[in-house]
Write a protein that binds this ligand. Structure first.
Ligand SMILES: [Zn+2]
Length: 302
């Protein structure tokens, strides 16, 4: 935590009521449990203290048959966002309800094509690979909604179907929290890291599938909203910055970034996940992959 946050009681009550439900419906085998279990430092603002949005699965009680018979089957056609203001800091905070997964029909939600998730084709290898609970609906109006101090919804969208709106996004708070913690860690190490560029966040299954022959993993965590390919890019030139200030941008700068991720995982074991290293090639500079799959995974080299 970088500061003390006081919420007005109503918001706190909402958070306390809804958070356990979101945890219970999240991905949770024994191995994954640490990734979603709240800790003493996990406030509504996350471990980083910088989250500005929370995502909630729709209440499952409405799907229970006797309740559905009494009140009619509840159909949710949009995601809803409740904007609240944190009374202590004055910051806007968004409570976003997910559009249930069942709204995806024939691989589409509305006009937006997502394809079929791996668990729709074969039994998932663990709970972390089950279908997501639902989608965040991203419109031209809400795409710039901050999810944390340095990231917004649009940073994580699949890079496709440019003219189709709304788009649908899977994103986990733990990923955003981890990215913010990496920035905190870099700053604590005296490294200028004001802007992390997400080169690739969520990848819909159909988008991910197109890259499988080029080395994209069929079970890629990008499909589950808990992975991001990132670089520190303060000057917005679309290349990793010279983090160690030796006058060159190379694997040593990637190492600086990766070591910050390692440190965050040591401090917050519940945010453990994949760390992949990608050296520069002729088309792009170096970058790293970060995820919060709940198990340590490492690949690539400096
Ligand atoms: Zn990746």
């Amino acid at each position: 935590m970088t500061g003390t946050h006081r919420l007005f009681p109503a918001l706190l009550a909402v958070a306390l009521l809804v958070a356990p439900a979101a945890v219970a419906s999240g991905q949770g085998t024994a191995a994954q449990a640490p990734a979603t279990a709240p800790t003493a430092t996990d406030t509504i603002f996350g471990r980083s203290g910088r989250l500005l949005a929370r995502f909630f699965a729709p209440p499952r009680s409405m799907e229970v048959e006797p309740i559905a018979r009494l009140f009619g089957k509840r159909e949710q056609k949009n995601t809803s966002t409740i904007a609240v203001t944190d009374s202590a800091s004055g910051r806007q905070f968004s409570l976003i309800t997910l559009l249930p997964f069942a709204n995806k029909v024939n691989g589409r939600v509305g006009d937006y094509h997502l394809g079929r998730f791996p668990a729709e084709k074969r039994p998932p290898r663990s709970a972390a690979y089950e279908n997501p609970d639902g989608f965040i609906e991203v419109t031209l109006e809400n795409k710039d909604t901050p999810v944390s101090e340095h990231f917004r919804l649009s940073d994580f969208l699949t890079h496709d179907q440019k003219n189709v709106w709304p788009k649908y996004l899977v994103l986990r708070e733990a990923l955003v929290d981890k990215l913010e913690l990496v920035m905190v860690e870099l700053q604590q190490r005296g490294i200028d890291a004001r802007r992390i560029r997400v080169m690739s966040g969520f990848r819909s299954p159909q988008y991910n599938q197109r890259g499988v022959t080029r080395g994209r993993a069929r079970d890629s965590r990008h499909q589950y909203g808990d992975a991001a390919d990132i670089m520190v890019d303060n000057n917005a030139d679309n290349r990793l910055d010279d983090l160690n200030r030796d006058g060159r941008v190379n694997s040593r700068d990637m190492r600086v970034l990766a070591e910050a991720v390692e440190s965050v995982e040591r401090q917050y074991p519940e945010l453990v996940g994949g760390l992949g290293l990608y050296r520069a090639n002729s088309a792009r500079g170096p970058f790293i992959h970060v995820d919060v799959r709940g198990q340590r995974a490492r690949w690539g080299r400096y």
